[in-house]
Write a protein that binds this ligand. Structure first.
Ligand code: NAP
Length: 246
């Protein structure tokens, strides 16, 4: 089989939802840049992706650091020649009630989730604009729509991602670059594994489909949003949360 010529960067792709997205896009025959702050895990993921007969490269990136993001895009262009797809998936939680939340907990979450999505999109969009083609998918959250007690920092970052998605969709549409967001609900990953059982049970009562989501549920929708079938969709937020938001 021949190697593919189109390239997707997936941030936070070493594990969890990002890893599933990377695998789904590799199955769609895209070359993949596995960007993550966890370099060893990113290398392992990249190695696994080569079984799809595509090129995969791990790049250590802290998405909240402009120097790292600049290097991510430059290295991608050097190694693969272009970047057509960007999936902004890297994200963290630092939960606390608002009145107890430290400035550091606030700043870390906003820096990685919101500023990181902005920086990666800004640097990637410059390369995409030259080619007059690009697809950006941002991973927001149901928290960014409903708000969540104990997650003022996280919910604000995810709501910010929705506004960023719409703003950039308006700015970049004329260059054939679409920008969309997905709002996952309760998805089983290491991020949600650490939640107390009571919180997990409460989540399930709020889900009409009566089950937690899987990383693959999100990956399939990312694959749709970057496909030709979605070429007339931009600035939208797709709920993938079993009906938690409707
Ligand atoms: P996860 O398992 O914790 O994976 C997130 C990945 O991002 C980790 O490998 C993490 O590395 C990496 N990362 C953290 N900080 C980074 C940085 N500064 N630069 C680059 N990479 C960084 O989380 P997940 O559950 O798969 O979540 C993926 C995305 O979906 C996140 O944006 C999350 O907010 C969103 N989401 C998840 C759920 C859910 O129920 N799981 C629901 C709604 C939205 P470290 O391990 O070092 O932190």
């Amino acid at each position: 089989m021949t190697k593919q010529e189109k390239t997707a960067i997936v941030t936070g792709a070493a594990r969890g939802i990002g890893k599933s997205i990377a695998a789904r896009l590799a199955k769609s025959r895209l070359n993949i840049v596995v960007s993550d702050i966890l370099y060893e895990d990113a290398q392992k993921t990249a190695k696994e992706l080569e079984s799809f007969d595509i090129k995969a490269l791990a790049i250590k990136t802290d998405v909240s650091n402009a120097g790292d993001v600049d290097k991510l895009i430059k290295t991608t262009l050097e190694e693969f020649g272009s970047v057509e797809y960007l999936i902004n998936n890297a994200g963290i939680t630092r939960d606390n009630l608002s009145i107890r939340m430290s400035e550091e907990e606030w700043d870390q979450v906003i820096d990685i989730n919101l500023k990181g999505t902005f920086l990666c999109s800004q640097y990637a969009a410059k390369a995409m604009m030259k080619k007059r083609f690009g697809r950006i998918v941002n991973i927001s959250s149901v928290s960014g729509i409903l708000g969540t007690a104990g997650q003022a920092n996280y919910a604000s970052s995810k709501a910010g991602i929705i506004a960023l998605t719409k703003s950039m969709a308006r700015e970049l549409g004329g260059r054939n670059i679409t920008v969309n967001a997905i709002a996952p609900g309760f998805i089983l990953t290491e991020m949600t594994e650490k939640l107390p059982d009571k919180v997990k049970e409460d989540y399930l009562t709020q889900i009409p489909l009566k089950r937690a989501g899987t990383p693959d549920d999100i990956a399939e929708v990312v694959n749709f949003l970057i496909s030709p079938s979605a070429s007339y969709i931009t600035g939208t937020v797709i709920n993938v949360n079993g009906g938690m938001v409707m």
